[in-house]
Design a binder for this molecule. Structure first.
Ligand code: PLP
Length: 451
């Protein structure tokens, strides 16, 4: 709760900081949670209160908040060589090693990697690559980007245009040429009497109809998160990616998997596309790539796009794009360590081990008459609050029910995320069954208080 004494942390935060993605009336009343340190899956605030972070920071702190190996990897690289870019014909040894590693662990037998500082920039970069190819290959009209309603791809002008959330209209977005097709959430958008297989077929048919209406030779690419994250943890309907990829292949449109959340173990496999059994043309990675210990994003191109980008770049002598900190050596050293920690120190395995317990906890809480659906994959899950379970009628009101539940959880020492009318959980991979039980017990208390 807020400390209103003059010069309190909360007052200082309110006076000098701008909050992004924050309900301001609520934060003025409650005060921000100002965090000083963390231990395992817990974070601690300036008042010494502890919170189990059921959200892994922002889906990314998969190894918890005090992993010694990751801090050591950063420190060792800062001591060796603190920073550099990856262009003008130069890059650090760490960047070379990370690119090899990313291609090795990717679903591609060959590929190339380009670095950014964030997931938004990685999506932006991928769009610019597709536009660059369109020009270089003699199809300058091939510029439109298709994504899905409810998707989240970032906040830069391009990645926000890709994002399928209505709030971006306050910026006058999306930009022209960014098209949103249906969200594959069968429970919410399936029609009466429509089977899941029929729903999936309809999604693919609607995508094809959009491609034809827009003109197949005007479409540069289709981007999709294997499991939609910020849309409220929405796994695709059965067979969705197979059906969609068939349509895209028919028109020669690349499928880009935005694996910013799903990548590196979240859904139980290294990549979400492996969980859903498809091979995309490129992967967008960020967040877990460094287990959240350094800001970094990466575009991993599969063989076809990698060869074409290389050929096009050679034809005009360069690909004119890059960020000052692209391929930062500390970020690369941390990423190499994070990949090792997640894949070889049992963290990815722990996701698979914990998944049945996680799902059982979600299913138990979904027995509440005001929870319409539980859904999830691996260690990402959601509970959807409804006013009426039978009719799936959502709650209305300014401060959503999910926000009230999340605020109550915070009061009980649990951080979880309200997204639309859903409460979202995505705990760090280092959690134990006891941590999950603590998370579900606290959430259950909050549900009882709010409903
Ligand atoms: N793509 C997905 C799927 C994301 O979930 C996010 C962030 O949550 C992004 C892209 C944007 O990443 P960033 O916040 O690092 O710019």
């Amino acid at each position: 709760m807020r400390d209103d004494t003059p010069n309190s942390w909360e007052s200082r935060a309110d006076s000098y900081s701008l909050y992004g993605f924050t309900d301001l009336p609520s934060i003025h009343e409650r005060g921000a949670v100002i965090v000083t340190h963390g231990k395992g899956p817990y974070v601690y605030d300036v008042h010494g209160r502890s919170y189990l972070d059921g959200n892994s920071g922002l889906w990314n702190m998969v190894a918890g908040f005090d992993h010694p190996g990751l801090a050591e990897a950063a420190k060792a690289q800062y001591d060796r060589f603190p920073g550099y870019h990856a262009f003008f014909g130069r890059m650090s040894d760490q960047t070379v090693m990370l690119s090899e590693k990313l291609v090795e662990v990717s679903p591609f037998d060959r590929g190339r990697v380009f670095y950014t500082n964030s997931g938004s920039e990685a999506n932006d970069t991928m769009v610019k690559m597709l536009w660059f190819l369109a020009g270089a290959e003699g199809h300058p009209q091939r510029r439109k980007i298709i994504t899905r309603i409810n998707s989240y791809h970032g906040v830069t002008a391009v990645s926000a245009s890709m994002t399928g959330k209505p709030y971006n209209s306050v910026f006058g977005l999306p930009l022209p040429g960014f098209i949103h097709v249906g969200c594959p959430h069968y429970w919410r958008f399936g029609k009466d009497g429509e089977s899941e297989a029929q729903f999936t077929e309809r999604m693919a048919r609607e995508l094809e109809a959009t491609i034809i209406t827009e003109g197949p030779d005007t479409i540069a690419g289709f981007f999709a998160e294997p499991v939609m994250g910020a849309g409220g943890v929405i796994p695709p309907s059965a067979g969705y990616f197979q059906a969609v990829q068939k349509v895209l292949k028919k028109y020669g449109i690349p499928l880009i998997a935005d694996e910013v959340i799903c990548g590196f173990g979240r859904t139980g496999n290294t990549w979400g596309c492996q969980t859903y059994d498809f091979v995309p043309d490129a992967i967008i990675s960020s967040k877990n790539i460094t287990a959240g210990y350094f800001p970094m994003g990466a575009v991993i191109l599969g063989p076809d796009l990698a060869d074409r980008l290389q050929d096009a770049s050679e034809a005009i002598e360069e690909f004119p794009h890059g960020f000052t900190a692209s391929g930062h050596p500390v970020g690369c050293a941390v990423a190499l360590k994070a990949i090792d920690v997640v894949m070889n120190e049992g963290l990815a395995e722990n996701v698979r081990t914990l998944t049945p317990h996680f799902e059982a906890g979600l299913a138990r809480l979904a027995e509440n008459p005001n929870i319409g659906e539980w859904r999830g994959k691996g260690l990402m899950g959601a509970l959807e609050a409804v006013k009426d379970k039978a009719t799936k009628t959502p709650f209305d009101g300014k401060l959503s029910v999910s926000e009230r539940i999340a605020n109550t959880c915070t009061d009980h020492g649990l951080i979880c995320r309200p997204l639309g009318q859903a409460i979202v959980l995505c705990p760090p991979f280092i959690c134990t069954k006891d941590h999950l039980d603590e998370m579900f017990d606290k959430l259950e208390k909050a549900l009882k208080k709010v409903f």
